[in-house]
Ligand binder design. Structure first.
Ligand code: ASP
Length: 346
């Protein structure tokens, strides 16, 4: 038996609900009530929808770990009363939030679908209506056995349902703002919504969801480029509060074979800093044994980020660093999938 459920819509801000400030002519977040009055279709959605809005809706470039914890609190406070959740969020940092939530909501047994839009919902050509209505439908979808169809943190945008911790913003102009290069969509919405059930995670429905609130921001993303200077890297790697680095390398995980770079990385490793190798390529995994540049990084204590996005690697590091001081344990956890975020071939 298929049934439709009850969904909580959490409005955090973003373009979908923005309007023009007449003084500056710039888009600013508006109250959610304004948003629904612009959208009579909302009342016709065949799913029970309640709304919870951030007291001060934000542009998602102002998103930060305490606000992620706030979202987790809202989800925990309403978890038993709803079948699924839709989070309206700006696109700029949506992939970071989706990645963070995937680790903060351990053993998630209900859908948490993030969406937004490229054009405000009150504009004629808006993409917001389809994104919002399809997200609600996905959040309320069940399998014939009564379990939620998509018990994962996802991003729904422009016809594609993507695993949240695999998604990345790829377009600041087109409606197809997100993609997931190393994992196919979990569902595609055309005339019908086609779910790829074989790709969707199945949690342990007999165990509770465990929320985590803490994130440690003592991390940095650092991109290699030809000509990178020793002094700059030394300054970064010896920064006193640093605990984790996402290093964006070339191709399948390569770096220049500079003795000073390997030495600095090795010293950072010895001080317990976690250094994760993520490729600058949009698609494909890191394979550190493939070329000698990658092999040297491995010897210097750098660990593979496999096919992780940068957004996911930084969120996973922040989550693990907040819950452990054991660097080897964190390195081992970084190298195994916790919620479908990396593909590891044994
Ligand atoms: N600057 C906006 C935000 O991320 C962009 C958007 O919503 O698409 O909040």
């Amino acid at each position: 038996m298929f049934r439709t459920g009850r969904v909580l819509l959490i409005y955090t801000g973003g373009t979908i609900g923005m309007g023009l400030n007449p003084k500056t002519n710039a888009l600013e977040p508006l109250d959610f009530n304004h948003l629904v009055t612009q959208m009579p279709e909302f009342a016709a959605v065949p799913v029970g929808v309640d709304v919870h809005q951030f007291p001060e809706p934000i542009d998602s470039s102002d998103m930060a770990p305490p606000l992620w914890a706030r979202i987790v609190e809202i989800l925990v406070g309403h978890y038993d009363r709803y079948d699924g959740f839709v989070i309206l969020h700006g696109t700029d940092t949506m992939a970071f939030t989706a990645s963070a939530l995937s680790f903060m909501l351990q053993n998630l047994t209900k859908p948490v679908i993030l969406t937004g839009s490229q054009l405000p919902i009150n504009q004629l050509r808006t993409d917001g209506k389809e994104n919002l209505i399809t997200s609600i439908e996905i959040a309320a979808a069940f399998r014939p056995d009564g379990t939620p169809r998509v018990p994962e943190v996802c991003i729904y945008f422009s016809g594609k349902l993507l695993r949240g911790n695999r998604a990345t913003k790829i377009n600041s102009e087109g409606f197809n703002a997100f993609d997931s290069f190393n994992l196919p969509p979990l569902a595609e919405a055309g005339v019908n919504i086609i779910y790829h059930d074989d790709l969707i995670l199945r949690p342990d429905f007999t165990s509770p969801m465990t929320p985590h609130f803490a994130m440690d921001s003592s991390v940095v993303v650092f991109t290699l480029f030809p000509g990178i200077q020793e002094e700059t890297v030394r300054y970064l790697l010896t920064s006193s509060h640093l605990r984790g680095i996402v290093m964006r390398t070339y191709g399948s995980g390569n770096a220049p074979q500079l003795p000073w770079l390997m030495q600095l990385l090795n010293e950072a490793y010895a001080r317990g800093i976690i250094i994760v190798n993520i490729t600058q390529c949009a698609a494909g995994p890191v394979q550190m044994a493939r070329y000698s540049g990658g092999f040297l990084l491995k010897n210097a204590g750098v660990i593979s980020g496999y096919d992780s996005t940068v957004e996911c690697a930084i969120a996973k590091l922040m989550h693990l660093l907040a819950h452990s001081t054991d660097a080897d344990f964190i390195r081992r956890q970084m190298n195994r999938p916790l919620c479908g975020e990396i593909t590891v071939h044994e």
